[in-house]
Design a protein around this ligand. Sequence first.
Ligand code: AMP
Length: 212
Amino acid sequence: MAQSSRTGIMLIGAPGSGKGTQAKKLKESLGYAHVSTGDLLRAAVKQGTELGKQAKSFMDAGGLVPDELVIGLLEEALTKPETQQGFILDGFPRTAVQAEALDAKVSLDKVIYMKVPFELIEERITGRRMSKSGHVYHVKYNPPETEGVCDVTGEELYQRSDDTPEKVQERLDKFVAETQPVVPRYQAKGIVVEVDGVGTPDEVFVRINAVL
Ligand code: AMP
């Protein structure tokens, strides 16, 4: 993959900081591709691919999938034609090794660092419910019209296996130990903007647009 002039935006932040929600909104407003390694991994698990089989146990435990697996997945995603105008990275990189691999392939224009106090995160994550097609609700903040059913597709909603209270702490620990240390690398390039991730998705989106 060569360096190109396409626009690259990265959303980085703890699990439950709103990266996925904001990435979808940015995709809609900017027309760039949304590249979420979490979504790609969940799709691989669902399809029962070799990668999905290898990734599943790490995901279920609230841990990180090994770098070589995720880097391969990301590199493949960035060759897709829909990413050629621009891409929004959500959930990658999560380690220094991933950041190095990414920087060797593409350049980023902005890193949006979503800040949400950890006290709020557990409630956000454990109340999250999804449809198989990827629509996301929250039992308290964004409930579907009919309980347990997706407004858009009518699919039954489910809770991600790693969104349980037991897994949240593990995921936050991983964020602090592995992902947060990646931020200074991008701060040194002068491309990091911190955004307060507390509030409704629309409120946070206004803040993001103000810094883009
Ligand atoms: P997410 O939807 O971004 O919260 O990701 C869900 C899970 O997928 C994470 O808890 C990890 O187990 C795995 N995962 C997603 N992205 C990565 C990544 N860049 N590196 C390692 N594991 C990842």
